[in-house]
Design a protein around this ligand. Structure first.
Ligand code: ATP
Ligand code: MG
Length: 194
């Protein structure tokens, strides 16, 4: 049988429970065999902003997903040079797993911008898109091609990486917003400290 693979792309700076709940919920809803988390290389939407080294974001993602047998983390984007485009991510994963069927998971904020993404047409041929709810954003499929996107309600987690970084910078806790191992990794590597 064709394997069903979820793909969760993100900057993951740091990865938090909003990302993990969304992936877990979609995996259950669509009976996915696996969800691959793909930290971005150089995030083109965030160029100019300070982003932690790809290796730190990758390792935090590994730590956060290690305990779930159906979650894994891919280096495809961080090992490709140049900016990360989702169409390239999906093309690379497709060539590694040619028989798999892909489900690209994206939050309501990212979904509303999807038409501005690079090589949109190609993206929709490579994966089915799953838009998930996110507190503070309206979940709409806008003018996306008919049948290419499914909207899914997931438990509301009012967590963002931006807020986590600001908390660490201000000496406030991120316990229970991110997995314990990620709290420890942030401390060990002194990330987000001014
Ligand atoms: P930042 O504040 O740095 O932009 P973020 O919290 O938005 O970080 P990203 O790495 O930008 O995290 O997001 C990766 C993906 O996860 C995007 O599709 C985003 O919409 C989705 N996502 C992030 N946080 C949540 C959340 N709390 N609930 C649902 N989806 C989320
Ligand atoms: Mg974001």
């Amino acid at each position: 049988m064709q394997r069903k693979i979820g793909v969760m792309g993100g900057t993951f700076d740091p990865i938090h429970h909003g990302h993990l709940v969304a992936a877990s919920e979609v995996a259950d809803r669509f009976a996915l065999d696996e969800v691959i988390f793909v930290p971005t290389g150089d995030p083109w939407q965030k160029s100019g902003k300070d982003v932690s080294p790809a290796e730190d974001r990758y390792l935090m993602t590994v730590v956060a997903t290690a305990s779930n047998p159906r979650f894994s983390t891919s280096r495809v984007d961080i090992d490709r040079s140049g900016p990360t485009y989702t169409a390239d991510t999906l093309t690379d994963l497709h060539s590694r797993l040619p028989d798999a069927e892909f489900y690209f998971i994206t939050g309501a904020d990212a979904l509303s911008q999807i038409l501005s993404w690079h090589k949109v047409e190609e993206m929709f041929e490579l994966a089915h898109f799953i838009g998930v709810t996110r507190p503070g954003y309206e979940l709409v499929d806008g003018h996306l091609p008919k049948g290419s996107v499914t909207l899914v309600e997931v438990p509301a987690m009012a967590i963002s990486s931006t807020d986590c970084r600001e908390r660490v910078a201000a000496g406030r806790p991120v316990w229970y917003l991110v997995p314990d191992g990620v709290v420890q990794y942030i401390t060990k590597r002194r990330l987000y400290q001014p």
